[in-house]
Write a protein that binds this ligand. Structure first.
Ligand code: G3H
Ligand code: 13P
Ligand code: ZN
Length: 332
């Protein structure tokens, strides 16, 4: 058993309380590689932002859960080395799909876990979330639950359509499950193709897809039911069109990739939404930089040569999200 406290990590409790009161959101960045970890830490330190580093089941399969845990421990030490004496870093399990997986992560140094029972029947979702909460709270670990289904892929959970969270269920769900934060469905979805072209309109000037707005009315109803309760948005990448253009210009093929407009995420950050999940934008920033570098330097083959600009491009993106979208800078 390794407590996250020994690793210098923190849970989300104080962080979320301050974020809700202060009208900003904490960035939750997924990581799978050392370069992503370095870029996240550099960005958080330079902007004096708390940060959630999250690990999906896919990341554990790719990189190995133990390695990722040591990387998170390394992230704390790296932040100190970069001049941040008290970094606020959470190691979070993203989309945990069983009590056993959540327990394993808690036992191995995670400071926060998500149990995603959004695809389960309502009572089953409450039952397992509660089981996770009881174990987690005994170890001072915080728990995110999910109510409502996002369209797209959530690890093994895939849904063709989204089912918005029902505001009339949130009080009962959060009270009976005991969760510390709640991920809701208001129109975001995972990946780089958040909306089908037929769900969008087209900007006549640029020809680009304009997605339908998020269901802010549902968010506001939920906020009224649960005043001050921490709300989480998954699937919140913006799919920056300059990165998509770079990928397409250098041999990629991502037609009609579209994300959540940043002004909507800016608005959400000022509400009870206090955690915003971003993964796809990091993938796009990394891939765009690598494609461009390799096309321009066909004779290079040392991975450090192309991973360096990839890391720099991700860092630029993380800083932009923190400062210009979520507003979590200067909070340490
Ligand atoms: O929720 C989805 C995250 O982007 C993680 O994706 O399961 O491919 O690692 P992944
Ligand atoms: P994106 O695919 O929009 O980056 O969402 C990531 C996410 O929700 C991770 O849980
Ligand atoms: Zn997610």
């Amino acid at each position: 058993m390794t407590s996250y406290k020994e690793l210098g990590l923190v849970n989300t409790r104080e962080m979320f309380k301050k974020a809700v009161a202060g009208g900003y959101a904490i960035p939750a960045f997924n990581f799978n590689t050392m370069e992503q970890m370095q870029a996240i830490v550099q960005a958080a330190v330079e902007t004096k932002s708390p940060v959630i580093m999250q690990v999906s089941k896919g990341a554990r399969n790719y990189a190995n859960g133990t390695i990722l845990r040591y990387m998170a421990q390394g992230a704390v030490e790296y932040a100190k080395e970069l001049g941040c004496p008290n970094p606020q870093i959470v190691l979070h399990l993203d989309h945990g799909d069983s009590f056993e997986l959540c327990k394993e992560c808690i036992d191995n140094g995670f400071s926060s876990v998500m149990f995603d029972g959004s695809a389960l029947p309502y009572e089953e979702n409450i039952r397992i979330t509660k089981q996770v909460v009881e174990y987690a709270h005994a170890h001072d670990v915080t728990v995110e639950a999910e109510l409502g289904v996002l369209a797209g892929v959530e690890d093994e959970v895939a849904s063709e359509v989204s089912h918005y969270t029902k505001p009339e269920e949130v009080i009962d769900f959060s009270t009976r499950s005991g969760c510390d934060s709640l991920a809701i469905s208001i129109g975001t979805s995972h990946g780089a193709y958040k909306f089908k072209p037929e769900q969008c309109t087209r900007d006549p000037k640029t020809g680009r897809l304009v997605p339908p707005p998020l269901a802010f009315d549902i968010l506001h109803q939920i906020e009224k039911k649960l005043p001050g309760f921490p709300i989480v948005l998954h699937g919140s990448s913006s799919v920056p069109q300059d990165e998509v253009d770079t990928i397409n210009a250098y041999g990629g093929k991502l037609p009609d990739a579209v994300g959540i407009p940043e002004e909507q995420l800016r608005e959400a950050s000022k509400s009870a939404v206090c955690k915003i999940n971003i993964d796809s934008d990091s993938r796009l920033a990394m891939t765009a930089a690598i494609r461009k570098y390799l096309a321009e330097h066909p004779d290079h083959f040392d991975p450090r040569q192309y991973l360096k600009p990839a890391r720099e491009n991700m860092k630029k993106m993380y800083i932009h999200k923190i400062v210009d979208v979520l507003g979590s800078n200067d909070k340490l």
